[in-house]
Design a protein around this ligand. Structure first.
Ligand SMILES: *[C@@H]1O[C@H](CO)[C@@H](O)[C@H](O)[C@H]1NC(C)=O
Ligand SMILES: *[C@@H]1O[C@H](CO)[C@@H](O)[C@H](O)[C@H]1NC(C)=O
Ligand SMILES: *[C@@H]1O[C@H](CO)[C@@H](O)[C@H](O)[C@H]1NC(C)=O
Ligand SMILES: *[C@@H]1O[C@H](CO)[C@@H](O)[C@H](O)[C@H]1NC(C)=O
Ligand SMILES: *[C@@H]1O[C@H](CO)[C@@H](O)[C@H](O)[C@H]1NC(C)=O
Ligand SMILES: [Zn+2]
Length: 946
């Protein structure tokens, strides 16, 4: 699946840019996992929710049903499942679904125990038990007892006799579950059409919620064939992974219904299953959405790009699309960004629908890359699946990497391969530079519980995974990389793998390449350094001596590393470089240090390492080379490639925070910006200065800092003012959006006037919005920040009426820009009312309010006051603690705030990260604030013209 991360980062450049850890966390699971585990059945029970007495266990190894991983005794082959979701509440006001399932499995080792995953399902007793067992061609042993093991999510079936290895059996169950609005498993979503509320039923199984829909062996390597039948109201359509037979009309319990049976699926994992029952419309290649959205053409962009991206991947993987159909559906309530269910991809609306009258270029870019990401999974992930979740990084990192290649093939003018550096790599470098980070991969045994699995869906997995695969592909050439990939898919299709299987195939491709690639060691050996140890190096180049050295990069140089690494935090580093604009032949740094006499330079020459930022590391130089690079930026910055200008800025700022260079060097990299008009360097500056803003926007330093930024950004603002004919003709360019954001954020008068006037023009004539979609986020935010209740209530009514999801998201974000505490408090309260703000959006809104300097203390109080309700009752999967705790504490930089976090720690599962961050902030602010104040004060002074 693809997290919402990018959309958030984009919508909120400069304000929220680094809120990325939006992996969805399920509060209920967390609390459940803390409960002591019952050990043996006291009695069979028919309900999932009722607890039963659990005698304490005898000491010794845990019994199989206390272990989170399934035993290796049984393997599923085939499921026949019938499900009947009710789209209206029953007598108790509950939405439910009923169903039955028969799973055929083969016994691999003799056993008298069947464990099958089941969560929150109530079973009908069949001859006194929750399940019925049959054997193929023999008599099955009788069932001794059955019960539900709540902690580990099992239906446990204990037998009188043994199942025999080699034989096949059938297990039949009949059950009822809740079709809740919890965005997990089989759940319900709602929307309005012509003022009438409509309910639909849909699924999100990944990672461990298929077990909420029907009993199953819910591990990715337990692939099987699925035959699904769906019973649903006459006027609705049912979709699933495979195509359907003609629906027939049936009468059940006196009701006229439709029964839709689907073709057998391929051999596939449970987490990739999907089924949807709805009244939606679709266009030709079956992009489904609300009727109005389809009629308005909001699916046209996805329709236009899906075909080209699919054929790009068919060619890239050298495999035809493995299925006979492809459906994509936009859902009104969806917690992640999208989910790659095989043949039926589900999206939140803003990730699939695009309307040029409302959506910005950033929204369009998001749609293109999310579609590309999910289509990439149809092969990598779905056709070949990781054996267990510890290799999730390979699945998600790969899809993230190639999503840029696929989207680039569909939108070649966007320079997406460069944007990947600022969208994915810079952000994750700032997450992976603390001792509390973690390696990409871990042992299978380290991730067992559903909660641990959900924790893996983080930025490290997606973005660092993408970065190290991109680094490998660049080092061995893309041609060799794809060759290895193709044979890997061919050998392992319909099966599951571990990441060394991929390394083996890449190694064969490397060995066959001609001319030879000159790798210092095997692919596996190189990659293990990047995958099995956390963090990354800073490579220091001394151009006076040609000496290269590497060291683990930590943002706080005094941080304690208590996690040992099998490689002592040394890496095998590909070094690409140029001398004064001329590319040189690349080399490898395989030891802690080495000398290369070619890298000794003098005179006015400069040396630049890590071209295109293809390596996942930072680079430091001797002071002389830094000075020569700065001089080059000041004279003719275009001699240094755009993406490396961004890299120099990012490296300088982060090296300064880690005390490896003087922080004035970092600030000096921003001086040439008066001549910079490209997007990526500006975005990088904006993201890095954001830390300064967060640390100082409540302090006297804020004034001089703003004055300096106004000075820097004014030429950019004027540049775009000219080429857009005074903001009337907006081409599809990212940079303007950033220009206006920065200019307004820093109080440029011309910009404040512009946005104020645009917003007011809209308020006067609400049905005719004069603001270019690319400028809307910024204009809305500034309009609402300058205004009061009238403006806010106007935005709220526009939000309620918005029929385009990306427009609604912009308004949701902008409403958090108000400067009035009471308005923000009211807005926070709306977050707990799903009639006002959808559960899928609650986190987003709360985080946005916390990013506002006025809103942050309000959110801090709100979160503490409503902690239990937010995470246990209300959130239930849709609110992420990590991102919330991060956004609310990231300004903290005083002893007082440190104590406040500490005081609340028992309630915060990840509080030590917040504490650690606060501690680092305190240190940094106290040792730098005076010098920073004088630097900005000095630089903000008007200079005599030369
Ligand atoms: C499953 O339920 C459906 C609908 O109630 C019914 O038609 C079907 O016979 C059931 N299947 C089995 C094997 O009981
Ligand atoms: C399952 O059983 C429990 C306990 O009787 C009940 O509270 C719950 O509502 C049932 N769930 C459904 C979907 O019927
Ligand atoms: C099923 O019922 C619907 C609604 O009454 C009707 O439009 C449709 O033609 C029927 N389908 C069949 C196969 O009878
Ligand atoms: C179901 O369909 C039959 C035949 O079309 C019709 O006579 C009957 O009234 C319908 N029942 C309901 C509850 O709509
Ligand atoms: C692509 O696949 C075909 C059929 O499996 C195979 O014959 C061919 O060698 C493959 N091409 C490459 C470049 O791997
Ligand atoms: Zn994915």
């Amino acid at each position: 699946s693809r997290a919402l991360a990018l959309a958030l980062a984009l919508v909120s450049v400069g304000a929220l840019a680094s809120i990325i850890a939006l992996s969805v966390l399920y509060a209920k699971e967390k609390t459940k996992d803390l409960e002591p585990s019952p050990t043996s059945p006291a009695a069979a029970t028919t309900t999932a929710d009722s607890s039963f007495p659990s005698p304490s266990s005898s000491p010794g190894p845990p019994v199989p049903w206390q272990q989170y991983r399934l035993p290796d005794t049984l393997a599923p082959v085939h499921y026949a499942i019938t499900l009947w979701p009710r789209l209206e509440p029953d007598g108790r006001g509950l939405f439910i679904f009923t169903g039955n399932s028969t799973v055929r499995f083969v016994c691999l080792k003799d056993t008298d125990l069947i464990l099958i995953h089941s969560n929150r399902l109530n079973f009908t007793l069949l001859q006194g038990h929750e399940a019925q067992l049959m054997a193929l061609g023999a008599t099955a042993p009788a069932i001794k007892t059955t019960w539900l093991e709540l902690t580990t999510d099992y239906l446990v079936v204990q037998l009188e006799g043994r199942l025999e290895a080699g034989r096949s059996y059938l297990l039949h169950t009949e059950f009822v579950g809740e079709l809740a609005d919890d965005l997990a498993g089989f759940y319900r979503s709602k929307y309005k059409e012509n003022g009438v509320e409509k309910i639909l039923a849909t699924t999100q199984m990944q990672p461990t919620d298929a077990r909420k829909a029907f009993p199953c062996f819910d591990e990715p390597a337990m692939k099987a064939v699925f035959d699904l039948t769906m019973i649903h109201p006459l006027e609705t359509v049912a979709l699933s992974n495979s195509i359907n037979y003609d629906p027939i009309n049936v009468t059940i319990e006196g009701r006229n219904l439709t029964m839709t049976r689907f073709h057998s699926t391929e051999m596939m994992s449970t987490y990739l299953l999907a089924f949807v029952v709805m009244r939606f419309f679709h266009n030709q290649i079956r992009i489904w959405a609300r009727k109005q959205a389809i009629l308005e053409g909001q699916g046209d962009y996805a329709l236009e790009k899906t075909g080209p991206i699919l054929s790009y991947f068919q060619n890239y993987y050298n495999q035809t699309y493995p299925l006979t159909k492809s459906d994509q559906i936009a859902l009104p309530d969806f917690s992640a960004g999208a989910m790659e269910n095989w043949g039926l991809i589900t999206y939140r609306e803003s990730a699939l629908l695009y309307n040029p009258a409302f959506s910005s270029i950033e929204d369009k870019e998001y749609v293109a890359t999310v579609i590309s990401h999910e289509l990439a999974h149809m092969w990598f992930g779905n056709l070949v699946t990781m054996r267990w979740w510890n290799d999730l990084w390979l699945n998600e990192g790969f899809a993230t990497y190639v999503s840029y290649l696929g989207a680039d093939s569909a939108e070649p003018t966007w320079k997406l391969n460069d944007l990947m550096v600022v969208f994915e790599i810079h952000g994750v470098m700032q997450e992976d530079d603390v001792p509390t980070s973690h390696p990409l991969s871990c042992e299978e045994g380290e991730v067992q519980k559903p909660q641990q699995i959900r924790h893996l869906f983080d930025t490290i997995t997606y973005s660092k995974g993408a970065a190290v695969l991109r680094m490998l592909s660049d080092s061995i050439t893309e041609e060799v990389f794809t060759q290895g990939l193709r044979t890997y898919l061919e050998e392992h299709k319909y099966n599951s793998t571990i990441c060394t299987d991929l390394w083996k195939h890449l190694q064969v491709a490397v060995d066959e390449a001609s001319p030879g690639l000159g790798l210092p060691t095997s692919v596996e050996d190189i990659m293990n350094r990047w995958v099995l140890q956390m963090g990354y190096p800073v490579v220091t180049v001394d151009t006076r001596t040609g000496r290269l050295s590497q060291k683990h990069f930590l943002i706080d140089p005094e941080a304690e590393m208590d996690r040992p690494s099998p490689f002592n935090y040394e890496w095998i580093v590909p070094i690409s470089w140029m001398k004064t604009g001329v590319k040189q032949s690349p080399l490898w740094l395989t030891t802690k240090e080495a000398t290369n006499s070619n890298m000794t330079i003098g005179g006015a020459d400069w040396l630049l390492v890590n071209l295109r930022t293809s390596g996942f590391y930072r680079v430091n130089y001797d002071q002389e080379n830094w000075e020569r690079l700065l001089a080059q930026l000041d004279t003719n910055h275009q001699e240094i490639p755009e993406i490396n200008r961004a890299q120099l800025i990012s490296d300088a700022f982060n090296l300064a925070r880690s005390k490896l260079v003087n922080f004035t060097l970092a600030l000096r990299t921003t001086k040439y910006l008066v001549r910079e008009t490209e997007y990526t360097p500006w975005l990088t500056v904006s993201n890095n200065l954001n830390y300064y803003f967060l640390m100082f926007d409540r302090s006297p330093l804020y004034g001089p800092m703003q004055a300096y930024m106004v000075k820097q950004v004014e030429p950019l603002f004027n540049h775009f003012k000219d080429i857009t004919a005074n903001w009337t003709k907006i081409p599809d360019k990212y940079n303007q959006v950033v220009a206006i954001q920065l200019a307004c954020k820093n109080g440029l008068k011309a910009c404040e006037d512009l946005t104020y006037n645009l917003f007011n023009a809209w308020m006067k004539n609400p049905s005719n919005n004069p603001i270019s979609p690319n400028l809307r986020s910024t204009v809305y935010c500034n309009g609402l920040a300058a205004g009061g209740q009238r403006e806010w209530d106007f935005a709220w009514s526009m939000y309620k009426n918005a029929s385009v999801a990306s427009e609604a998201e912009k308004l949701l974000w902008a409403m958090a820009c108000s400067k009035q505490p009471w308005i923000l408090t009211r807005y926070l309260e709306y977050c707990l009312d799903s009639e006002r703000i959808r559960k899928q959006d609650a986190s987003y809104v709360i985080n946005s309010i916390a990013a506002n300097v006025v809103g942050q203390p309000l959110v801090w109080d709100f979160v503490r006051a409503n902690w239990n309700y937010l995470f246990n009752d209300y959130g239930n999967g849709s609110i992420s603690f990590e991102s919330l705790l991060y956004s609310v504490t990231r300004r903290f930089a005083s002893e007082f705030e440190y104590k406040e976090v500490k005081l609340n720690n028992p309630r915060f599962p990840d509080f030590h990260q917040a504490l650690e961050r606060t501690r680092v902030n305190i240190k940094w602010v106290s040792s730098h604030k005076d010098q920073i104040l004088s630097w900005f004060t000095e630089e903000a002074k008007p200079k005599p013209q030369p």
